[in-house]
Design a protein around this ligand. Structure first.
Ligand SMILES: Cc1cc2nc3c(=O)[nH]c(=O)nc-3n(C[C@H](O)[C@H](O)[C@H](O)COP(=O)(O)OP(=O)(O)OC[C@H]3O[C@@H](n4cnc5c(N)ncnc54)[C@H](O)[C@@H]3O)c2cc1C
Length: 416
């Protein structure tokens, strides 16, 4: 067996993509996933051009686009529906950045990625939750919740915001990290048939009200994904959950009451909602680049830089991580023997260090930006609401050039 084993922890978004990219470079990835069987995940994701370019490298971009309805426009309005600004820039994303932006249900994306990993002949061990890591000079041993241990050349922690890999690596350096921190905002998310007035334009739509923000985008030709953000205290945590079929009518009525006076199309969406789920939004203090890796381990995606979702960049940045890390690791596919492969890897932290040093500053800016944007969106009071609405309207007044500038730095990455 000439290929070094790579222990990939987590079969969410980053894990499967890295596993496929590394298999193609001559490694033998094994993916370990804590959850025994993928369930119905509540929310959806907006995959932007930067993320879709990497999904395209592993051959799933077409399936994402086929299921979705790629974005043609951005559209922002006051709660009443009075338009603050609109742009058709997203209709040019493919031409500018090779790929469009497209919304997809999280469950669909997770399943698509898991099936692609299996199709590539990569082993996925479900029900294997990482609990311990032991690092040696040229290998690493991971121990799992079922008591089994597996040794590989190196380990990649793709295990999300509650990453065990992160906790273990930090602990080795004497840092005890608590639970993720609540941002003070909750989201109520649901899917619905796309209401009539929204059917003519596949847009990412934002509505801004007093202390409440609503975002909607298509996740299919006839389906829209919605998320309503509010300020709340963590004392109400017991109300955060997927609501049962019996609770749907009460929840729909409560949302309709909250949205009285709002654009009628949102109320239509609520009334035809399929499944309502409420959750808190969390992130974590940022890590320094040197905390992203150790002698034989490295963190990527939410394990390294968990973010609240307001910029829609968490998964997209995870894709950028996958691209850069896989490029940094040597291509072993033409090498014949195990010894020369191990020699090619050298001191692997010399590969992890520049990866972390180049990725940490970019993701840090985006994590902070997402938190700040979330705060702005739910401005409370007439005066602050007016300032926010004016700022949104102003962002469109610079015309196409100003909006291009806003997206260029994001979407032209990780390659163009
Ligand atoms: C409401 C919401 C909306 C969002 N919207 C967007 C969006 O529009 N666009 C965007 O780009 N991003 C969005 N994000 C962020 C995005 O979901 C994350 O950034 C992305 O999923 C990170 O990918 P990941 O692979 O690092 O982690 P995850 O996708 O969370 O995957 C981690 C995996 O590791 C597994 N795992 C956990 N612990 C262990 C363990 N100990 N051992 C083994 N396996 C383990 C988990 O079960 C999971 O399968 C959103 C997030 C939220 C909460």
């Amino acid at each position: 067996m000439a290929s070094p084993i790579v222990l990939v922890i987590g079969c969410g978004v980053a894990g499967p993509v890295l596993a496929i990219l590394l298999k193609r470079k001559g490694y033998r990835p094994i993916v370990f996933e804590k959850v025994r069987e993928l369930g119905t995940a509540g929310a959806s994701l907006m995959v932007m051009s930067n993320g879709l370019k990497v999904f395209n490298m592993i051959g799933v971009a077409d399936a994402i686009k086929a299921e979705s309805l790629p974005l043609k426009a951005l559209w922002d309005a006051k709660a009443s529906g009075e338009v603050l600004g609109q742009s058709d820039l997203p209709s040019t994303f493919t031409e500018r950045y090779q790929q469009p932006a497209a919304g997809i249900r999280r469950t669909s994306l997770n399943l698509l990625l898991k099936n692609k990993v299996l199709e590539e002949g990569i082993e996925v061990r479900e029900g294997w939750g990482l609990v311990a890591i032991q690092e040696h000079d040229d290998s690493v041993t991971a121990t799992f919740s079922n008591g089994e241990s597996v040794t590989g050349s190196f380990l990649i922690g793709c295990d999300g915001i509650k990453s065990a890999a992160r906790t273990i690596l930090l602990k080795q350096r004497g840092v005890e990290e608590g639970a993720p921190s609540f941002t003070g905002l909750t989201q109520t998310a649901f899917l619905s048939e796309t209401p009539g007035p929204l059917q003519d334009l596949a847009a990412m739509r934002n509505w801004y009200g007093d202390g409440t923000h609503v975002i909607a985008y298509p996740v299919g030709p006839k389906t829209t994904s919605w998320a309503l953000t509010q300020r709340e205290t963590q004392e109400r945590e017991e109300t955060w959950r997927p609501f049962t079929a019996d609770e749907m009518k009460t929840q729909q009525d409560a949302l309709c009451k909250l949205l009285e006076g709002w654009d009628e199309s949102i109320v239509q969406g609520v009334k035809s909602s399929e499944r309502i789920i409420k959750f808190g939004l969390f992130d974590r203090d940022e890590l320094k680049p040197e905390q992203w890796y150790s002698k034989r381990c490295v963190l990527v995606g939410d394990a390294a830089h968990p973010t609240s979702p307001h910029l829609g960049q968490g998964a997209n940045q995870a894709m950028e991580d996958c691209y850069h890390l896989s490029c940094a690791l040597p291509n072993l596919s033409s090498r014949q023997d195990f010894e020369s492969n191990i020699a090619a890897l050298g001191a692997i932290s010399d590969i992890f260090r520049p990866f972390a040093e180049s990725r940490q500053p970019r993701t840090s800016v985006l994590v902070k930006g997402a938190r700040a944007l979330g705060e702005k969106r739910v401005a409370v009071g007439a005066e602050r609401g007016k300032e926010r609405d004016e700022a949104v309207a102003q962002s469109y007044r610079g015309g196409a050039a100003a909006i291009v500038e806003k997206f260029e730095g994001l979407l032209s990455q990780p390659f163009n």
